[in-house]
Design a protein around this ligand. Structure first.
Ligand code: G
Ligand code: G
Ligand code: MN
Ligand code: NA
Length: 254
């Protein structure tokens, strides 16, 4: 209850900030996107990572307000980068189940795009496969509406939920993000190597792109490149960065 009240106050006081983790195209080494990751800038406790408050925010419903704020901040930021002449990138925003399953979610996204002037083609929304499985019918309807607006859809943490191949076929998904648990032992565990290569082949056959998460070593990158993985996200290239640091990286990337 105390954390809930503190989160409410944090919303009123605008204590949430967004960091951006670059996504790199493996073939070219160029930054083509960034994942928006929320942090709570607490006045006394410092930077609090999302793992420490997102679950409570989800349970209490506060995630709806927090998620909207994050989406608005990410769109505002991406528009500002583009207006500043930086090479355009796609910004990816995580959605929680409660946020995504709201009746008026699509209208809210449309309103935020309108308010911020951000083009939908530079927005990607990330959902997890467990979210997708909660209500496949509603998920399909919502994703189709988002896709019609020009927004792209990514499946986050792929391979860790109750993966069902039928939803991959049915839902309009643009990107599969391979969970970092499969990437970590890529150079040492032959099982992970074959799981990853199978996911990549499957995704490409379904006309989807693949981004590997949690890439930390050159060895992992070499294997991913051999397997024609499209993108990577991970400490090997960069962790999540404050907006000005990502802008500096982008400016040097042209
Ligand atoms: O930044 P970090 O690795 O600590 O993030 C931990 C988790 O929090 C990730 O799984 C990420 O998906 C989730 N997360 C980060 N930002 C957001 C957000 O804005 N909304 C939701 N729903 N989850 C987020
Ligand atoms: O769940 P999701 O994948 O949305 O969350 C991304 C989280 O993963 C971020 O909190 C980020 O800090 C973390 N992360 C990003 N790159 C790496 C990495 O290379 N290694 C590890 N261990 N964590 C990472
Ligand atoms: Mn994510
Ligand atoms: Na993930």
């Amino acid at each position: 209850l105390e954390l809930e009240n503190n989160l409410r106050r944090a919303l009123e006081r605008d204590e949430f900030v967004v960091y951006y983790q670059p996504q790199v195209e493996i073939a070219t080494g160029k930054i083509i996107g960034a994942e928006a990751l929320v942090r709570w800038q607490h006045p006394h406790l410092g930077m609090i990572p999302p793992g420490q408050f997102i679950p409570v925010a989800e349970d209490t419903g506060l995630i709806i307000a927090i998620g909207e704020k994050v989406l608005r901040m990410a769109c505002t930021q991406n528009k500002a980068w583009q207006d500043g002449g930086l090479p355009p990138i796609r910004v990816a925003v995580n959605l929680s189940p409660r946020q995504f399953l709201q009746q008026n979610f699509v209208d809210k996204v449309a309103q935020i795009l309108k308010d911020t002037g951000m083009s939908p083609r530079w927005l990607e929304l990330e959902i997890t496969e467990s979210l997708a499985m909660k209500d496949v019918e509603l998920t399909e309807k919502t994703l189709l509406e988002l896709r019609r607006m020009g927004i792209t859809i990514a499946i986050d943490d792929f391979g860790t939920g109750y993966s069902s191949l039928s939803y991959l076929k049915r839902l309009p998904i643009d990107t599969i993000k391979i969970d970092r648990s499969f990437v970590w032992d890529l150079s040492t565990d032959p099982d992970d190597t074959s799981i990853v290569s199978t996911i990549i082949i499957l995704a490409h056959n379904l006309k989807m792109k693949v981004v590997a998460e949690g890439v930390e070593t050159q060895e992992q990158l070499n294997i991913l490149r051999q397997q024609h993985c499209d993108g990577l996200q991970g400490y090997l290239f960069s962790g999540p960065l404050p907006p000005d640091e990502l802008a500096r990286l982008l400016a040097g990337d042209t």
